[in-house]
Design a protein around this ligand. Structure first.
Ligand SMILES: CC(=O)N[C@H]1[C@@H](OP(=O)(O)OP(=O)(O)OC[C@H]2O[C@@H](n3ccc(=O)[nH]c3=O)[C@H](O)[C@@H]2O)O[C@H](CO)[C@@H](O)[C@@H]1O
Length: 388
């Protein structure tokens, strides 16, 4: 018997949990804002509680968006057998049961109509508590291969919301029956970029093709180094906006300062791109990026021609799995392993710049993997589950 069986959609009460990285936090936020907008049209204000880790990104994001936030203790199981990681696992072995007790108390006290989790270790105690109290529990996975937390939770989730069709084969056969492909919710603003604004914001020339290089939320050292070396051979054919992360910002500014004067005006480097990202995405002829889940969701929703350089150490190799999948479908070009060199990057970009037909084909194939309506789809699943 569900803990919450009455007054379902007069006042939707929901727990959302997920966080750690931006990749887990932002899809939850987009879902919440889409849900609020959908329900506002029917006069219902959802009662939300975001459960996360006190010092996680999710705490800041929830507070900034006026969403009530509750912290629970959580732990992480590390596969490494280094003495440091074994010691951390011992500490976390005590934190995990404490988190489960706190989570059970939170779910029992809140009595939600539905629980949504978007990954990260914080979702484990809440997902288990939801299952314990038989609250409809939706699990969302952003990456193509399932993260460890979600592999545990897939066993107890009422519904498994996937970002990629190809993720189905990563689920145990029994769990597949409870799965649906919704896509990964992306910020609506990403789909509404204005190329002219992006070019103007960076003082760029509309007559020269733009290549946008992004290393994901914190930048990517490997990509920065490859690009630094490739720049002189690239800037003769295009202009480049490069998001390098804060760690390498000073170093890359030095690279910019050392460029020959006739090329320097074609290169812009920033540590992070804020609200102008949609405009730059819209203006870019080619995007060079890490294949993080959020970035890939955005690039495919926009149908962008892209060169993906997967982060080699991502959990379970998920960035590589995603980039390889898209490349096999003709929806991206991947530079990985020995191919991830400055020369290959320069030649790949110059080759694409000289071949508009290839760029169009890549963009079209990418769009077939894009799900611009993912947030709406996830919200429909939430409302269906809440209505029981
Ligand atoms: C290094 C690492 O472990 N990365 C993981 C992390 O990625 P991470 O969170 O770094 O990257 P994602 O690609 O998932 O998301 C990046 C987000 O930041 C935005 N953005 C990026 C740069 C910028 O200047 N401005 C900006 O707004 C992008 O538009 C995107 O929305 O979580 C993802 C989802 O679990 C995983 O797939 C990645 O493997």
């Amino acid at each position: 018997m569900s803990l919450y069986s009455t007054q379902r959609l007069q006042s939707l009460r929901m727990i959302v949990t997920g966080g750690g990285t931006g990749g887990h936090t932002y899809p939850a936020l987009t879902t919440v804002t889409t849900l609020q907008a959908r329900l506002a049209a029917t006069g219902v204000t959802p009662e939300l509680l975001w459960v996360g880790v006190a010092d996680g990104l999710e705490a800041t994001i929830a507070v900034r968006h006026g969403i009530p936030f509750k912290a629970v203790t959580t732990g992480k199981l590390r596969r490494s057998t280094s003495p440091k990681d074994i010691a951390r696992n011992v500490v976390d072995a005590f934190r995990i049961p404490l988190g489960i007790v706190q989570a059970a108390y939170t779910v029992a006290r809140t009595r939600p109509a539905v629980v949504l989790s978007t990954g990260g270790f914080v979702s484990v105690p809440i997902g288990l508590a939801a299952a314990l109290f038989r609250v409809p529990y939706l699990l969302h996975e952003q990456t193509l291969s399932l993260g460890l937390a979600n592999r545990i939770l897939a066993r107890v989730a009422t519904r498994i919301l996937l970002s990629h069709e190809a993720s189905l084969e990563h689920l145990p056969p029994k769990a597949r029956q409870r799965a649906v492909v919704t896509g990964n919710p992306i910020r609506p603003a990403v789909l509404q970029g204005d190329p002219a604004k992006g070019l103007a914001a960076y003082g760029l020339d509309p007559a020269v093709p733009l290549v946008l290089v992004t290393g994901g939320a914190s930048g990517a050292q490997q990509v920065n180094r490859m690009l630094a070396e490739a720049l002189p051979g690239l800037l003769q054919h295009c202009q480049v906006v490069h998001q390098c992360g804060s760690l390498n910002h000073a170093e890359m500014q030095q690279v910019a300062a050392n460029l020959p004067a006739h090329l320097a005006h074609r290169y812009r480097v920033v540590d992070f791109i804020h609200e102008e990202l949609p405009d730059l995405l819209a203006a870019a002829a080619i995007v060079v990026a890490r294949s993080g889940a959020g970035t890939v969701a955005e690039l495919t929703a926009l149908g962008k021609a892209c060169v993906l350089i997967p982060y080699p150490y991502s959990a379970g190799g998920e960035q590589r799995i995603t980039a390889r999948h898209l490349t096999q479908q003709g929806a991206a070009v991947m530079l990985d392993g020995d191919e991830a060199t400055a020369d290959r990057l320069r030649d790949t970009i110059n080759g694409l710049l000289a071949d508009p037909g290839h760029r169009i084909a890549l963009g079209r194939a990418a769009a077939t993997h894009g799900r611009p309506d993912a947030a709406d789809h996830v919200v429909t699943e939430i409302l269906t589950a809440a209505a029981g």
